[in-house]
Ligand binder design. Structure first.
Ligand code: SF4
Length: 351
């Protein structure tokens, strides 16, 4: 049940059955432009497909333009409350803007939708449980899934009334059940692409789990067209986590995939350290390469056979497999560079 409609931001399709783009957001303000640019370029390099930055004031518009021109991926302007900032962002080349249409009056909103339409720039209606409209809070007495879905429908209707339908929608909450239910309610009657995310999900570990549960549940239902894993951490972690999340559902076919066991009393090598080193140091590999890092020969050969390359511990050494074949026995001190060489070879043939 991917969305029926598709939007396109700087050549990146969202919805309508397209691949699911990974989104993230810069955490550095425009007042520290060099650091911000470095972070944005790192995120692009890491595989972020759509990048968002906060545009909190008019002074940020020119650096926004500069940053956008440095990137190849779409740059989204996150706007709060002020329609003038949305107009500035559009003038500065924003590839998409995120606003809450209900926060501005119709005349001003029309200026924004006209400017967006003229430039073929989509708008994301970004509803958040922390900033629901007063009347909805009164109606439902507290933030609920129904209130989020109603707010989204209402904000979408405001854009539609102005003849604008280049729309994506998000309904984020830190409460996973509420977020999941809101998207399920809304998706039943809406053709628009859905941007999935659990907001304020927390630190690396808890945010990863909460996002995986919320986003994963929806994707398994076929709901959702783009994702942001929101973490209180380096945004690079958001991108890496999103890749793993999507890959676990066969929705991502780039980069390395590490299959590793938890280890047990049969392990004679430090395969936990190796698996982590592989995951950390092979992030630059673009092609999908499956690497098994296993603690012993009980399950190692079986996993290795299903991977592109596999290693398994045995008597204090690693045994290197490619398919059914044992290539060699190698000491733990030399395994990482050798694996790197093999993975690069495999990546080259796959690319
Ligand atoms: S593969 Fe071997 S080391 Fe790893 S958990 Fe299984 S039995 Fe233990």
């Amino acid at each position: 049940m991917a969305s029926k409609k598709q939007i396109v931001a700087r050549g990146v399709a969202i919805g309508g059955g397209a691949n699911i783009p990974i989104q993230s957001m810069c955490s550095i303000p425009f007042t520290r432009f060099d650091e911000l640019a470095k972070q944005a370029l790192q995120l692009q390099e890491a595989g972020c497909d759509v990048l968002r930055v906060a545009l909190p004031d008019e002074a940020s518009a020119e650096p926004f333009r500069k940053l956008r021109n440095m990137l190849k991926i779409p740059l989204v302007a996150d706007i709060h409350y002020d329609y003038r900032l949305a107009l500035k962002a559009l003038e500065a080349g924003a590839d998409k803007i995120r606003i809450n249409p209900g926060n501005t009056d119709k005349t001003h909103l029309k200026l924004v939708t006209d400017a967006a339409k003229e430039r073929n720039v989509p708008i994301r209606v970004g509803v958040n449980a922390g900033s629901l409209e007063k009347d909805l809070l009164e109606k439902y007495s507290k933030p609920t899934a129904e209130a989020l879905a109603e707010s989204a429908a209402r904000n979408v209707a405001l854009l539609e009334q102005l003849g604008f339908d280049d729309i994506a929608v998000s309904m984020k909450a830190s409460d996973v059940r509420m977020m999941v239910d809101a998207y399920r309610i809304f998706a039943k009657n809406s053709p628009y692409p859905l941007h999935l995310g659990v907001t304020e999900a927390g630190t690396l570990r808890s945010g990863t789990v909460k996002s995986s549960v919320g986003i994963g549940a929806l994707l398994l239902d076929g709901i959702g067209d783009t994702v942001r894993v929101s973490l209180t951490a380096d945004p690079l972690e958001e991108v890496e986590t999103a890749k793993i999340l999507l890959r676990s559902l066969d929705l991502y076919d780039r980069g390395i995939e590490v299959i590793s066991c938890p280890t047990c009393g049969r392990t004679t090598v430090n395969s936990i350290e190796l698996a982590n080193a592989v995951e950390r140091e092979f992030r630059d590999i673009r092609a999908h390469v499956k690497i098994a890092v296993m603690g012993c020969v009980v399950n190692g050969p079986g996993e290795a056979r299903q991977a592109d390359v596999g290693v398994t511990g045995a008597k204090g050494e690693y045994v290197l497999f490619r398919g059914d074949k044992i290539i060699k026995h190698i000491s733990p001190d030399h395994i990482l560079p050798l694996l790197r060489k093999i993975v690069e070879e495999i990546a080259k043939t796959k690319e």
